[in-house]
Design a protein around this ligand. Structure first.
Ligand code: AMP
Length: 112
């Protein structure tokens, strides 16, 4: 499968890892849009939020518990934003489920 994030998981493309275990990987976004910009992805290939279902969504609780830990580790005590873009209208550019952690400064109030 020609998936950029699967290649990062496999180590075929380098990344700056922040956290890794058997189920998920977190790494720094190559084009950060905030002082802290981290992507958290499941190792299982899921195309996006639109491909989640009862059978593959258990990983979400793990992802979100680690997002909270990573945010603490990164010093985001004043808050942060978690974003997952979906499909064309959502401007998803990589079809592998990922959650952006954005923080390290006061973010804008507009979401679109
Ligand atoms: P999205 O547009 O929501 O699908 O997010 C994809 C994100 O992946 C973007 O913020 C890109 O900057 C980021 N990205 C693309 N290639 C890489 C890479 N090789 N390493 C780290 N982040 C990447």
């Amino acid at each position: 499968m020609d998936c950029l994030f699967c290649k990062i998981i496999a180590g075929e493309i380098p990344s700056t890892k922040v956290f890794e275990d058997e189920k998920i990987l977190a790494f720094r976004d190559i084009a950060p849009q905030a002082p802290v910009h981290i992507l958290v992805i499941p190792k299982e290939h899921i195309g996006g939020v639109d491909e989640l279902n009862e059978d593959n969504s258990a990983v979400l609780s793990h992802i979100f518990s680690k997002i909270a830990e990573i945010a603490k580790q990164e010093g985001l005590s004043n808050g942060y934003r978690v974003v997952s873009n979906v499909g064309e209208h959502g401007c998803q550019s990589v079809r592998h489920l990922h959650f952006h952690i954005l923080g390290g400064k006061q973010l804008g109030g507009d979401m679109v």
